[in-house]
Write a protein that binds this ligand. Structure first.
Ligand code: HPA
Length: 276
């Protein structure tokens, strides 16, 4: 057994010793977007520090708990708080929990994040369904290094990385709920600083609609191990060259909190309606 699989199994067996829930859906909640956990019934919460091989979350707005329970008719596992490259973790550490959630039983991964808006038709506080992403600025890749074929293929395909059926489902739910939901390309960056005006120009020229410091590594690993993926960004600040304002983390978290009820409504409806 590879060391990677051994580490995953150690984490899974500890989690199983605390909760017997076999999740169908895995959820990663982004900065300031942890409110969906209030919708989880029969909750069992496990601090990351109690799970073998889990990194520890250091960011202020991240609680650092794995939560198992039920939402609607589904068994779920949720990460309240995620890991970022800028905290000093490698992409392998950042994405380790994705393999753990897959090994626990998840078939679908739903991710949310706070992102900067690059599309001039967006406004802070609005939501964007991630139709595609760009990983080319990450500087590294969570799959670099030896590949264990038991986890996934050496050269995973990224065709329709964001599941077509899930995109359709989320779109129709937003329409029903009368919530504005853009659809666009998310560009992953390392952070932790926000970008310069020249960098925003570059990201727009690359075809980005939103930019953020998370999600892409986890989604690459999710596709590696065969999870179907849905991603939603909350646009927390607008990044249009010529119209830039001071964006600080308090403002970003505040806008995330304002958009969160809509995100929660869409995500919980998707969990209920998704066919596993
Ligand atoms: N850039 C990168 N990440 C972000 C931003 C941004 O402007 N806003 C929220 N996360």
């Amino acid at each position: 057994m590879s060391e990677q699989i051994l580490k995953i199994k150690q984490a899974v067996s500890k989690i199983r010793s605390i909760s017997g829930t076999v999740p169908e859906v895995a959820i990663i909640l982004g900065t300031g977007l942890g409110g969906l956990v209030n919708e989880i019934k029969n909750k069992i919460e496990i601090n990351y520090k109690d799970i073998p091989n889990f990194p520890l979350s250091t960011v202020e707005a991240h609680a650092g708990k794995l939560i198992l329970g039920e939402m609607g008719n589904k068994k779920i596992v949720a990460m309240q708080g995620r890991f970022h490259r800028y905290e000093g973790y490698s992409y392998k550490q950042v994405t380790f929990p994705v393999y753990v959630m897959k090994e626990l039983g998840a078939k679908v991964l739903m991710v949310s994040n706070a992102a900067g808006g690059l599309n001039k038709n967006y406004k802070a506080g609005e939501l964007m369904l991630i139709s595609d992403h760009n990983s080319l600025l990450l500087g590294d890749n969570p799959l670099a290094g030896p590949n264990d074929d038991k986890l996934g293929p050496r050269w995973p395909d990224m065709y329709q990385t964001y599941d077509t059926e899930l995109l359709k489902l989320a779109g129709s739910i937003a329409k029903k709920l009368k919530i504005k939901l853009h659809k666009g390309v998310y560009i992953g960056v390392i952070g932790p600083n926000l970008e310069t005006e020249a960098e925003y120009k570059f990201l727009i020229a690359m075809g980005g609609d939103a930019v953020g410091m998370s999600t892409v590594p986890e989604v690459i690993v999710a596709r590696h191990c065969g999870l179907r993926v849905l991603g939603i960004s909350v646009v927390t600040d607008m990044c249009i060259p010529g119209y830039l304002e001071v964006a600080n983390i308090e403002k970003i978290i505040g806008n995330a909190a304002r958009a969160e009820p809509n995100l929660t409504k869409i995500m919980s409806a998707v969990v209920k309606e998704v066919k596993i």
